[in-house]
Design a protein around this ligand. Structure first.
Ligand code: CO8
Length: 264
């Protein structure tokens, strides 16, 4: 796997888009490797996935403009679908995914970050949907996910003007949750991932599903989705042990305080 590196440490995985000579731009080969690596994530063993870009300059500087330049109408649709299918796979991965945005996140790079559950960024990060300046629309989900994350008005402004924004503005509009110095970004991503990984995995996964699926339907149906997933938790070891641990602690503060959740 040359264009996508994948490393698992304990129960946290780091996926790195590795094409730094082109600022990690996404061509077909990168997308195919990304698809294959994402399909291979062992979501029983891994509790949180971090996605970042190789090098110090770029997360992903977009879809590959050279490859796109000669596409036909049907080729464009097919390329859009290739990206959309991979990004949807990331969005619906059962475990949480954190984008650690370490530089340019333009076009398809901004779109990749938006298919992740949570975005944190370096102070050097730059976000944007520059597509209309290239004569195309955002084609890897940008017209859909940006509005869902930052609101319709701000999304339309960013997409119509094709103006890039820096990390502080991305933070202000809610596109990212936090901004760190570049040399601290991965440590902060790993700290957040560890915080997620220590919680009951079945419950965390159920929360992701409830939030994602609930956003697609009306509030009554959404609450029914929540009730079902909430109920499912009561069949897990983790719920029994998690609650028993709380009750034990109340009886005797010296009893075990940290639950070793088993994903069962
Ligand atoms: N595609 C291909 N190559 C790229 C890309 C890209 N998106 N971005 C950078 N590169 C390459 C450059 O061509 C250059 O290669 P070389 O050294 O061989 O000339 C190398 O990366 C380094 O780039 P620069 O020399 O340009 O570095 P700078 O620091 O001067 O500039 C920028 C950095 C500002 C990020 C600049 O490279 C840039 O503007 N890149 C393009 C950004 C962009 O417009 N991205 C959006 C692309 S469109 C898109 O993503 C659509 C997604 C949906 C597609 C759906 C299809 C149907």
């Amino acid at each position: 796997m040359g264009f996508v590196n994948y490393e698992v440490k304990d129960n946290i995985a780091v996926l790195t888009i590795n094409r730094p000579e082109a600022l990690n731009a996404l061509n077909s080969a990168v997308l195919e490797e990304l698809d294959s690596v994402i399909s291979g994530v062992d979501t029983n063993a891994v509790r949180c996935l971090i996605i970042t870009g190789a090098g110090e300059k770029s997360f992903v500087a977009g879809a590959d403009i050279g490859e796109m330049s000669n596409l036909t109408k049907s080729g464009g649709e097919a390329f859009g679908k290739k990206g959309n299918d991979v990004f949807r796979k990331i969005e619906t991965l059962p475990i949480p995914v954190i984008a650690a945005v370490n530089g340019f996140a333009l076009g398809g790079g901004c779109e990749l970050s938006m298919s992740c559950d949570i975005r944190i960024a370096s102070e050097t990060a730059v976000f944007g949907q520059p597509e209309v300046g290239l004569g195309i629309t955002p084609g890897f989900g940008g017209t859909q996910r940006l509005a869902r994350i930052v609101g319709v008005g701000m999304a339309k402004q960013m997409i119509y003007t094709a103006r890039n924004i820096k990390a502080d503005e991305a933070l202000r509009i809610g596109l990212v949750n936090a901004v760190y110095p570049l040399d601290q970004l991965m440590a902060e991503a790993e700290k957040m991932a560890s915080g997620i990984a220590k919680n009951a995995p079945i419950a965390v996964r159920a929360c992701k599903k409830a939030i994602n699926d609930g956003l697609q339907v009306d509030i009554d149906k959404a609450l029914t989705i929540e009730e079902k997933l909430f109920g499912d938790c009561f069949e897990s070891y983790d719920q029994k042990e998690g609650m028993a641990n709380f009750l034990r602690k109340k009886d005797d503060p010296n009893k075990v305080k940290v639950v070793a959740f088993k994903n069962e």
